[in-house]
Design a protein around this ligand. Structure first.
Ligand code: ACO
Length: 370
């Protein structure tokens, strides 16, 4: 490893939470292959799975998460719409999360799992100049998130599609945001601090900020016939194609398939713009061909963000909110990893190699010796 590496190949944790097999394109979440749970489980089931053994007492029930949504909503203040509605949504959600108290107990954890869903819906409504809607405690979290956003109950297919997304992204090994959350948790700072570290890392375009730009690219491409020329120009101009490539996967990201399957199911219910879906497939096809031609030494495949963009767009989330929705899923993974790190009881403190100048006196010393 040299100092320019991004810690590739460095093992920084042993975890029971998830395994990312980049060569086989396989994701296992606590003993379940992604395909066993994505499209079948509600988000609440994934939270219970991830939290098992990390908090005393029985697994959290759906009604406890629903109550936590209400508690998160009650922390909103009258001036928030004006002040926070102007910020990029991820910054507004981060600011609201920063109000939540630190702690290491289940109540703190559930509030933090509930909050990104509540605050994303609120922030997106404020941007439209309409008031935030209180949670409906009778609904599961995915359905309620869509209801709080749109002001009407979603169809079963829409709620199931969002559940598929949230379950698909709930945990993914030691990605940048999870590592950040573990580092902060290892200091004993508490779960809210760990989640804030996670969301701050997630925000970047190389991690959780990619799906919005995927749609920007599709808009610029415009038609299937233009896909190859546009994408070739982008790569020739030194741009990275958003939604492609991954630090760990050297084959197709299994989450891309889980989300494409969700899109197909939603499409069968008439919930997806067919021409948009066709354009995306044409762009994906062209992008993969171009990356194979122009980066032959690299295995650059479709990653989770490509079909995330299509799915969240079909569910009516504005593209500027996509990273917030990602946080609403990944937050349970951050918390489980934070608890696992706390249980290990070891501060994360790696070393660095100093390559700067020596103090002046020491630099002179060899010369004086002569
Ligand atoms: N488009 C064009 N070229 C790419 C892409 C891409 N999407 N991804 C990697 N490359 C190129 C780099 O320019 C570099 O080329 P070079 O060696 O000629 O300079 C080479 O491939 C680097 O490949 P890797 O080592 O595999 O990539 P790295 O691990 O550095 O980056 C990353 C991984 C950040 C995800 C990258 O593929 C990327 O920027 N993708 C686009 C953004 C994106 O989709 N992010 C979401 C990732 S999924 C997630 O975090 C949830």
């Amino acid at each position: 490893m040299n100092e320019d590496d991004g810690l590739e190949g460095v093992v920084a944790a042993h975890t029971v939470l998830s395994e990312v097999d980049g060569a086989a394109g396989r994701l296992v979440i606590r003993g379940h292959a992604l395909g066993e749970i994505a499209g079948r489980w509600r988000y609440e089931d994934a939270v219970a799975l991830l939290f098992e053994g990390f908090f005393p007492g029985p697994a959290p029930r759906a009604d406890a998460l629903a109550r936590a949504r209400r508690e998160a909503f009650e922390r909103l203040q009258p001036g928030d719409a004006a002040a926070l509605g102007k910020l990029p949504p991820i910054e507004a959600v981060r600011a609201l999360l920063a109000r939540l108290p630190d702690g290491d107990d289940l109540a703190t954890a559930l509030r933090l799992v509930a909050a990104p869903a509540v605050y994303t819906a609120a922030v997106m409504r404020w941007r439209l100049g309409v008031p935030a809607l209180a949670p409906d405690e009778s609904l599961p979290q995915a359905a309620d998130m869509l209801r709080m956003l749109h002001g009407r109950a979603p169809s079963e297919a829409q709620a199931a599609a969002l559940d598929t997304y949230l379950v698909t992204v709930c945990d993914h090994g030691l990605n940048a945001s999870t590592f950040a959350a573990r580092v902060v948790a290892s200091t004993g700072a508490g779960l809210a601090s760990a989640v804030l570290a996670g969301i701050s890392a997630l925000k970047g375009p190389l991690h959780g900020g990619a799906p919005g730009p995927v749609l920007d690219a599709l808009d610029a491409i415009g038609s299937a016939a233009n896909a190859r020329a546009w994408l070739e120009g982008a790569v020739a101009g030194g741009q990275r194609l958003m939604g492609f490539g991954h630090r760990i996967y050297r084959v197709r990201d299994p989450r891309a398939d889980a989300l494409k399957a969700a899109l197909r199911r939603l499409s069968a219910e008439g919930g997806v713009d067919a021409s948009r879906f066709a354009l995306a497939e044409a762009a994906e096809h062209a992008a993969l061909a171009i990356l194979r031609e122009q980066k032959p030494g690299r295995a650059l495949e479709t990653n989770v963000e490509f079909y995330t963009a299509l799915l969240l767009e079909a569910l009516g989330f504005g593209r500027e909110s996509f990273t917030c929705v990602f946080a609403a899923g990944r937050v349970s993974g951050w918390i489980a990893h934070a608890r696992e790190q706390v249980q290990k009881g070891r501060l994360i403190r790696p070393q660095s190699v100093y390559v700067g100048p020596a103090p002046e006196k020491e630099r002179d010393a060899p010369a004086l010796a002569h």
